[in-house]
Design a protein around this ligand. Sequence first.
Ligand code: APR
Length: 236
Amino acid sequence: MKKKLVVFSGAGISAESGLRTFRDSDGLWEEYNVMDVATPEAWQKDMALVLEFYNKRRVQILEANPNPAHHAVKLLEEKYDVTVITQNIDDLHERAGSSHVVHLHGNIRFARSTNPSDADRLYPIKGNHLNPGDKCPEGFQLRPHVVWFGEEVPLLPVAQKIVERADYLIISGTSLTVYPAANLIYAANYKCKKYLVDPGSIHVTDIENLSFIKEKASLGLPKLAEMLLKEEVING
Ligand code: APR
């Protein structure tokens, strides 16, 4: 049986595809105030501004392509039972071919209804814009399928179970500053082999079996994948 490998990714894994991260010096939260575009309050106050913010993201995501980091994650499926848990709302893991992707913070290619009794159904967005007046069949305004600050993360318990069972955990491209997502890494078993691939200085405490690879994802992940693919051949 294949060993279970979980990749926990954040904005940095898509940085080299041309998509800006949130908290680096050129990050999105330098240009925008998160409270104005990524909260339920922002939606109530100025729906058009929120939709426009995500329309811009969607256009950029559709123009972007997976980079060697996404491809390396896919390659690991040759020998491992891989699940990607991503905080990203882009679909670059899927476009690189990854088979199992859990989008903790949603997926920008989809909309949801603002009808509270239909909050879970996903509506694929045709084209790259979601506009004021775009409604579900019951006549409720559609909103981006994105988890905003202050909202629950519905897939957290699912992700937690997946991490608990992992034999390997690769963390890449996340500042590990946004909760509850960042807590996921603590769900891993002490025996699970953990790797953190990031060019920045990430502060992680009390994690056993962790190797820090201080490199950009497009370099660090292909190298790590090559090493892990060999390791599994030797051990398996
Ligand atoms: N390769 C790998 N990592 C990189 C690269 C790169 N080329 N470039 C930058 N990084 C790293 C940074 O060092 C940083 O640790 O990516 C991380 C980006 O951190 P954030 O901008 O905080 O992104 P993320 O952790 O994904 O944010 C979490 O916050 O704004 C919300 O909902 C949004 O899902 C997002 C969440």
